[in-house]
Design a protein around this ligand. Sequence first.
Ligand SMILES: Nc1ncnc2c1ncn2[C@@H]1O[C@H](COP(=O)(O)OP(=O)(O)O)[C@@H](O)[C@H]1O
Ligand SMILES: [Mg+2]
Ligand SMILES: [Zn+2]
Length: 249
Amino acid sequence: MSTQSVCEKCGGTGWIIVERSSVSGAERCACLSVGRAERLEERSQIPPLYRNASFENFKTEGVQELKSVMSAVKSYADEFPLGPYPGLLLIGEPGTGKTHLAVAALRRIMQKGFEGVFTDFQTLLDRIRAGYDSTSNSSNKEAYRMALDSEVLLLDDLGAHRVTDWVQDTVTSIVTHRCNNRKPLIATTNLPDADAGSSTFQKTAVGPEYRRTLRDHVGDRARSRLFEMCKVIRINWSEDYRIRRGKRF
Ligand SMILES: Nc1ncnc2c1ncn2[C@@H]1O[C@H](COP(=O)(O)OP(=O)(O)O)[C@@H](O)[C@H]1O
Ligand SMILES: [Mg+2]
Ligand SMILES: [Zn+2]
């Protein structure tokens, strides 16, 4: 619970009366921007596991690939919103730190006063689907609007459990709407993409096996919009941090 004291200047109204050459008018009080970054973080829906994720606590341990990925993500966040791309797409194997880095970028962007919202892709789909049901709660109904209109959206783990036309249409409309309105989108995915340099085959005991790609999951249109609006960074690293960390003990 917040125990914030009421601002002495504006009495908590957010407005102060100023007199200029005997004309008085109302101005926004400076207290409105105090604590804004903290309030934005509280509303961002970043899951507890990632709430403290930052560039400072991302360990590169001398691995050149991780160093250069981190510095590319960091420069995206530092340049925001003036960089060449409004969005960021992180591609890589599970456990390589994509969500950690995406949240670190989102938090840095929120520090600048932008509103950021974290949402897991599958959860978003489930909530949008539930929102169609008239008995569903209003937060599910708002999920779609939030995905379209929040200032900066972090769409984590692109790629659905079951790919259907509805899934592809939904992701296409979210990405297209955001792209058309130049609303930044930060996305992560484990799905390979040949244009980002991923191999779309994996070795198995019975020979090479095709891996389903980003295009297979989200469809051609959403994929091409993503590439158009995002700085695409592939993490060319296959060690799962959770396993790597475990090995040291
Ligand atoms: N290089 C790293 N330094 C510190 N923590 C890391 C690093 N890479 C991953 N982690 C942590 O390991 C866990 C899994 O990483 P995550 O970002 O979820 O991977 P991905 O999204 O690529 O599957 C998270 O708790 C994350 O904070
Ligand atoms: Mg992840
Ligand atoms: Zn005030």
